[in-house]
Write a protein that binds this ligand. Sequence first.
Ligand code: HMG
Ligand code: MG
Length: 306
Amino acid sequence: MMKNLNVKIIEVGPRDGLQNEKKILSTADRVTLVKKLAVAGLNQIEFGAYVSPKWVPQMYGTERMAKSLNKWTARPKKLSLSALVPNEYGMQEFLKNPSEKASLFTATSEKFSFKNTNCSIKESFERMIPIIKLATKNKIKLRAYISTVFGCPFEGQTSLARAVKLTDKFFKMGVHEVSIGDTIGVASPKQVRNFLDLCEKKRLPMNRIAMHFHDTRGTALANVVESLNWGIRSFDTSIGGLGGCPYAPGALGNLATEDLVYLLKRMGYKTSVNLKSLVRIHHWIQKKVAHPLNSHVGASGPWILT
Ligand code: HMG
Ligand code: MG
């Protein structure tokens, strides 16, 4: 069988990246970032979060961003936007200026779930019921994140079997894509192999699983290569390797989009993204957040300028 060489990148920098920055960016700057990323060829972008601004002040004004992005006349046809939605209130806000996808989220660690959303894992699923009803009624696609799959800052080692169970549960609930979160960047390729082996044995749809690696300990690209070997073709990344989770102490940014695109190109995989543009955006957003970013290719240049 011919190997599928097309890889989908879900850019989460404007949400996962900026939610952890000390400097809170204006909604105008965040909209500009999303537009630059879309023009660079990223056609799946998580632009914000309908969460409480008391919990994550960096995501204030997500509804205004949605309004502005929906009015963008030069908006690329293929662009699909998503935003985090934690509860029914968030979904009602989302629907005032709807985007293509709403992102649900939970965790495999009870302690992390409480720290992040003030509820148990079970309660997080109860909160999803009205979100899913509203999404179905309004033809909004659903993505779902599972955090702490490979380890938790509060509970340590977490259960891969539990993560597989939750992934299966999400698919049965009608979620289109499940994103597997290495929230604090502790995973190794061995753990990724064990997780994906369990998924395959359970006959989960591998083409609807995305891997979400944070690069805290420099293992993200190794984990990508392991995932590619298992047939995974969707990865969440963040421009410049921005970010982390405000409720996961010690978490660094996601794998940098430009580092992933470089690796994929050098390995013969195809993406929709222009690497040279990404490096320019890296330098632009670096000035905005006012500190050096955690990305190799952004800092060194792409070598092969495409
Ligand atoms: P709570 O305090 O338990 O909620 O927070 P509440 O229902 O008691 O409401 C408290 C206040 O928040 C009320 O306002 C509500 O109206 C308001 P007040 O009466 O005090 O003025 N409120 C809201 N405001 C705006 N939008 C809403 C909303 N809901 C209630 N949707 C809640 C519960 C879930 C709201 C809170 O815990 C929260 O917002 N948590 C979000 C935390 C977060 O965004 N974390 C980062 C994202 S997850 C992540 O990064 C991991 C990921 O990247 C994957 C990985 O790497 O693993 C996805
Ligand atoms: Mg994350």
